[in-house]
Design a protein around this ligand. Structure first.
Ligand SMILES: Nc1ncnc2c1ncn2[C@@H]1O[C@H](COP(=O)(O)OP(=O)(O)O)[C@@H](O)[C@H]1O
Ligand SMILES: [Mg+2]
Length: 358
């Protein structure tokens, strides 16, 4: 038991990573694991010694193969997709498996400037002793280059275009120029960049074509089928509930299925049987939001409902996820309740609870 709220991937799955070290095949210089072992770590399976490895990403093997293979080349990896498709999650696990460190991370925003990407200066040092290597303040990118590790850049397209383009030299020449010292810091083998970007947000800055050439893009899709999504949500909800000391009641699977059915129908704008078309709400209603809704429901159930999880405990979180715009989205949900859920006997409790929560 630890009092740390969230452990890193390499801490949480330390024993799996340890077991996978035994894969003795060839590996790219600077990598802790072989590419095959990295894939097993991501998709689950068996370590060479027979230890069981849990799946982290559920989805097409081909996508993860491309991601891992890309990182072994001189091109960087760009994970794209709508919010909640596990871009950050996959990036964290890739860094944990390949470099043993997922914490070299830059959260990019419109306000991120060059000094937060490349390096800054310790002004006390600078004034006292003039410019020197000791006066540099290393960013996660600089540390990754020094150590030969992976650097994660979250929400890369939120960076201003000029700041984005400072990455061109880093990615093509594999050096970080420090003109003030008349030097360039070379990257050690094992260094690469995993960027994530979501293609839903407004106000993003498209990559320049010079930069695009340095990235291989892997698009992470929303889960294709209801069963697949139920599997993902149920695994993650159990893991998160354990971390929060929340009991998971029996029959939780059934509630997950109900929540996801509603989310998927609203997301796709049609009922599962494709007979009724629906208006879609403004948010994405991603898998990540379904996970959040269920964990919220479990907390409600544990503290206020004697551990009973049903429509009543989940409705408020569901409405919170669906209604992002108080006027438009509310109308969308009302219409869905009246035209679809009202007619489904199995959903009568959800019909009532959602109406009450709205
Ligand atoms: N295909 C998937 N396989 C495993 N987990 C998934 C999948 N899709 C979503 N998730 C879960 O949903 C959450 C995704 O969150 P995150 O990685 O922050 O999304 P993004 O960065 O794409 O917005 C994670 O907790 C992850 O476990
Ligand atoms: Mg993310």
């Amino acid at each position: 038991m630890t009092d740390v709220l969230r452990l890193t991937a390499e801490e949480t799955y330390a024993s799996e990573l340890e077991a996978l070290l035994e894969d003795s095949g060839p590996r790219p210089t600077g990598w802790r694991l072989t590419p095959k072992a990295v894939l097993t770590y991501l998709l689950g399976g068996q370590a060479p010694g027979g230890a069981q490895v849990s799946p982290k990403y559920v989805g097409a093997r081909r996508l993860m193969e491309t991601a891992v293979a890309t990182l072994a080349t001189d091109r960087a990896l760009l994970l794209m997709g709508v919010p909640g498709t596990a871009k950050s999650w996959v990036s964290e696990h890739l860094a944990a498996a390949i470099s043993g460190d997922s914490t070299l991370l830059i959260q990019c925003t419109a306000g991120t400037d060059e000094t937060q990407v490349r390096y800054g200066w310790n002004y006390a040092q600078l004034l006292a002793h003039g410019p020197s290597e000791e006066a540099l303040v290393a960013t996660p990118l600089m540390r990754a280059m020094r150590e030969g590790a992976l650097c994660r850049m979250e929400e890369f397209t939120r960076l201003g275009s000029d700041v984005q383009d400072t990455m061109i030299t880093v990615l093509s020449e594999k050096v970080l120029p420090v003109p003030e010292l008349g030097m360039a810091l070379p990257a050690r083998r094992g260094f690469n960049v995993i960027a994530t970007a979501n293609n839903r947000d407004k106000g993003v800055n498209e990559l320049s074509s010079a930069l695009k050439r340095r990235f291989n893009v892997v698009v992470l899709p929303l889960p294709a089928s209801l069963d697949e999504e139920v599997g993902i949500v149920s695994r993650r909800v159990r893991e998160l509930a354990t971390g929060l000391d929340l009991p998971v009641p029996r029959g939780v699977e059934e509630q997950i299925k109900a929540v996801l059915t509603v989310f998927r129908e609203l997301r796709s704008g049609a009922t599962e049987d494709n007979k009724v078309t629906l208006k879609t709400p403004s948010g994405t209603l991603s898998t990540a939001e379904a996970i959040g809704t269920l964990v919220g429901g479990l907390s409600h159930a544990a503290w206020f409902a004697d551990g009973q999880l049903g429509a009543e405990q989940l409705a408020a979180s569901m409405v919170g996820a669906i209604v992002k715009d108080p006027v438009q989205d509310k109308a969308v949900l009302e219409e869905y309740l009246e035209t679809v859920l009202k007619k489904r006997n199995a959903y009568s409790q959800y019909y009532g609870a959602l109406n009450d929560a709205l």
